[in-house]
Design a protein around this ligand. Structure first.
Ligand code: NAD
Ligand code: UDP
Ligand code: UDP
Length: 336
């Protein structure tokens, strides 16, 4: 029988006077959509040093180009399913493809990333005494039978479906986080992220907001997957980054939902994109994929009470900000 080990102590060097006010922060998946916005925010604080590790599966160096060569920044090509040796104070663990097209492309790799990748980052956190935040997902609620979803809901997930590598992968990742917390005293934070959108999303990554905006700009029909009455709640990326940092800096392990409770059907989203971006574009319905959740909306009572956080940017304000970025990248200037 093993007795629980005492919580790890920060290394004496990192705790010394010289380093006291400095923070060395690891961001896994920092070359991706949310990760690169998080890095931007962390780098604004001159006391932070940021290390990004990423295997560039869905992320890109381009997202970090303004920091490459900066003395407080380091970018390492690395796969989190392999052992990583670095000395850090905090770990934001985001590495994992988030778009269904990409996480279904190599499902075995997706589950390895979620399970072995999270295990490795927890082993690292244990060795160096770092606090670690996992970006989990609203997908842990599956096709929810409770609406909106509070953190106390255990979910309705198909364990053997085509989305399971992601949903169940994240559920195991959450379990690992709590087991390392209880067994080894690791300081953990779990964010359950709901659908997030904004500049730098992969243009062709298949997620609904990026699809609709790219289609509207290319004058192609907006593809609403059937039945079109399924709902999602969309959070603008700057609000998301705010929530993640508050969770990391606060005193609560979570899990805490971070998302925007504004709920839309996919048909409503298509109508909104049409109205704001291209009133002439056609809307068509297409086949859906298996196990698509029918409804999703975060209960953010906990985030409000424990983190003092709530989203500020409404969908109608966020879409034009994303449109601007997509126009630049697609080379489609706004008509005067
Ligand atoms: P993204 O695909 O843009 O970013 C993921 C990053 O992780 C990419 O840069 C990718 O190259 C990297 N990566 C993937 N596998 C890796 C591996 N094995 N080793 C190292 N790097 C690896 O996705 P995102 O939207 O920025 O999502 C970031 C995190 O937030 C993910 O953990 C995702 O599950 C979670 N999340 C996102 C959303 C959303 O709506 N965007 C919703 C819920 C949860
Ligand atoms: N690990 C890592 N970096 C570290 C420490 C550990 O990547 O700095 C990995 C290590 O390869 C191991 C995992 O984290 O596979 C879990 O480590 P832990 O020490 O908890 O377990 P053990 O090595 O005893 O199985
Ligand atoms: N969807 C759609 N058209 C598209 C892409 C997606 O109608 O071109 C729908 C999809 O069926 C789902 C919702 O939009 O109901 C959100 O899908 P996404 O892949 O963006 O995220 P997730 O399913 O992970 O929430």
């Amino acid at each position: 029988q093993t007795t629980p080990k005492p919580p790890p102590q920060p290394s004496p060097l990192r705790n010394s006077k010289f380093f006291k006010s400095n923070m060395r922060i690891l961001v896994t998946g920092g070359a991706g959509f949310i990760g690169s916005h998080l890095v931007d925010r962390l780098m604004e604080n001159e006391k932070n040093e940021v290390i990004v590790v990423d295997n560039f599966f869905t992320g890109s160096k381009d997202n970090l180009r303004k920091w490459i060569g900066h003395p407080r920044f380091e970018l390492i090509r690395h796969d989190v399913t392999e052992t990583l040796l670095v000395e850090v104070d905090q770990i934001y663990h985001l590495a994992c493809p988030a778009s269904p097209i990409f996480y279904k492309y190599n499902p075995v790799k997706t589950i390895k990333t979620n399970v072995i990748g999270t295990l490795n980052m927890l082993g690292l956190a244990k060795r160096v005494g770092a606090r670690i935040l996992l970006t989990s997902t609203s997908e842990v609620y599956g096709d929810p039978l409770v609406h909106p979803q509070p953190e106390t809901y255990w979910g309705n997930v198909n364990p053997i479906g085509v989305r399971s590598c992601y949903d169940e992968g994240k559920r195991v990742a959450e379990t690992l986080m709590f087991d390392y917390h209880r067994q080894h005293g690791i300081e953990i934070r779990i964010a359950r992220i709901f659908n997030t959108y904004g500049p730098r999303m992969n243009i062709d990554d298949g997620r609904v907001v990026s699809n609709f905006i790219a289609q509207a700009l290319r004058d192609e029909p907006l593809t609403v997957q059937l039945p079109g009455t399924q709902t999602r709640s969309f959070c603008y990326v700057s609000d998301m980054v705010d929530g993640l940092i508050r969770l990391m800096e606060g005193e609560h392990t979570g899990p805490i939902n971070i998302g925007n409770p504004g709920e839309f059907t996919m048909l409503e989203l298509a109508e909104t994109v049409k109205e704001l971006i291209n009133p002439n574009v056609e809307i068509k319905t297409v086949e859906n994929t298996p196990d698509d959740p029918r409804q999703r909306k975060p209960d953010i009572t906990k985030a409000k009470e424990l983190l003092g956080w709530e989203p500020k940017i409404k969908l109608r304000e966020g879409l034009p900000l994303m449109e601007e970025d997509f126009r630049l990248r697609l080379g489609v200037p706004k008509k005067k």
